[in-house]
Design a protein around this ligand. Structure first.
Ligand SMILES: [Zn+2]
Length: 119
């Protein structure tokens, strides 16, 4: 499974550093951001990654897009919260699990890490 994010090329997307299960959430979030900024230019998505079992999306704005900064941040905060209920691997309903070394991941029951394993 590969997701096509070419529709969002104007945001100069970085490599997505998270599991495929979150790709639909990322797509939905980018669509919402696109709706917020409209034709405004100057938005760049600088990071998309998993951190502490949550989806993190960082961005920078210049010029026109700068005035939408708060609205964009609100959309991203909502996505971050949702990511805590979606298995990062398969997209099914999930919850936070502790993996090895206290590392946290969001997974469904089938993809939950077993003790002592890193995935
Ligand atoms: Zn799963």
């Amino acid at each position: 499974m590969r997701s096509d994010f070419s529709a969002f090329a104007r945001f100069k997307l970085p490599p997505l550093e998270c599991g495929l299960g979150w790709h639909p959430l990322i797509r939905k979030t980018l669509s919402r951001i696109a709706a917020v900024v409209g034709d405004a230019s100057g938005l760049e998505i600088t990071q998309v990654r998993q951190k502490y079992a949550r989806l993190v999306i960082d961005f920078e704005t210049r010029g026109d897009a700068a005035r939408f900064e708060n609205a964009i941040a609100a959309v991203i905060a909502d996505a971050e919260e949702r990511s805590g209920t979606i298995c990062e691997q398969c997209g099914k309903r999930g919850k936070e699990h502790k993996a090895a070394l206290e590392y946290l991941v969001t997974r469904c029951a089938a993809h939950a890490p077993r003790r002592g394993k890193t995935t």
